[in-house]
Design a protein around this ligand. Structure first.
Ligand code: ZN
Length: 265
């Protein structure tokens, strides 16, 4: 097996990743023996792909060697690039699968890694648990060269983004796009187009990106999730999400199209 990267996670909620201060690089899987006594658990990122990638979780109270520094997972893309950012998310989700399924929720037996699937299996009752993935939609609503952006109560002050929300049981993703936009802004939309997707493992979302056209209604924040929602033009854009996020990609895609449409001179 090739020597893939080793993703060492701390115990914070979003799980920071440890990089070597020298060169800001990930350690390699072949080094796992060296760190075994500071890890509470570890495993392979994928049992099927054979990439040699591994993850480990630093034990409570363990002293992390001074050569490492902890970096937030959202910041990894800027340091390591998009591919390793995505792989760090896969590693995080495999760690979560393991930590959340030590014991079977049905019969209480100790669970094990599945030998063929990316899953945990119960040797007692045969129950198989796959990594959780929560589908969520995100949409750029457009109207005559303007885009609908909202300020979420959890955002830093002054930041706005396109609207997003989780798909509910029984809904199509398109239903969720229409419902969430109406719930959060009282705006009705039409002509929904799929643009692309992005895993967003904070902790387990799969973002499905769309664009849509305004049909009726004036934006009005729900005051609960969003504290403000309004139209912006390319000339008065607020603080936007970071470039690695699909929200920013949707905004940049809109910006490119309205800029191309703008009269020259
Ligand atoms: Zn069981």
């Amino acid at each position: 097996m090739p020597d893939g990267p080793l993703f060492l996670f701390d115990r914070t909620r979003d799980a920071n990743v440890f990089l070597r201060r020298a060169g800001m690089a990930l350690p390699g899987s072949s080094e796992i023996e060296k760190y075994r006594d500071i890890l509470e658990c570890f495993g392979a990122v994928s049992r099927t792909a054979g990439t040699g990638e591994t993850w480990g979780r630093i034990a409570s109270g363990a002293a992390v060697p001074d050569e490492f520094t902890a970096v937030g997972r959202r910041d990894l893309a800027a340091i390591l690039g998009r591919r390793l950012f995505l792989r760090s998310g896969a590693a995080f989700q495999m760690m979560s699968l393991c930590l959340d399924n030590k014991l079977c929720g049905r019969c209480g037996a100790a669970m094990e890694d599945h030998d063929k699937e990316t899953a945990r299996v119960c040797p007692g009752c045969g129950r198989v648990v796959f990594p959780s993935l929560a589908p969520a939609m995100i949409v750029a609503v457009e109207r005559d060269g303007m885009i609908l952006l909202g300020h979420n109560a959890s955002f830093p002050s002054g930041r706005y983004s396109v609207l997003a929300g989780f798909v509910e049981p029984g809904e199509t993703v398109e239903d969720a796009v229409i419902r969430e936009v109406y719930e959060e802004s009282r705006v009705r939309i039409k002509n929904i187009l799929y643009v692309g997707s992005q895993p967003w493992p904070f902790p387990s979302s799969m973002m499905l990106g769309f664009r849509a056209e305004w049909e009726s209604g004036e934006p009005c924040a729900d005051g609960f999730e969003l504290t403000d929602v309004r139209w912006f033009t390319p000339y008065d854009l607020p603080d936007l999400p970071q470039r690695i996020s699909i929200s920013r990609m949707l905004i940049d895609d809109w910006l490119r199209r309205v800029s191309a449409d703008a009269p020259h001179g």
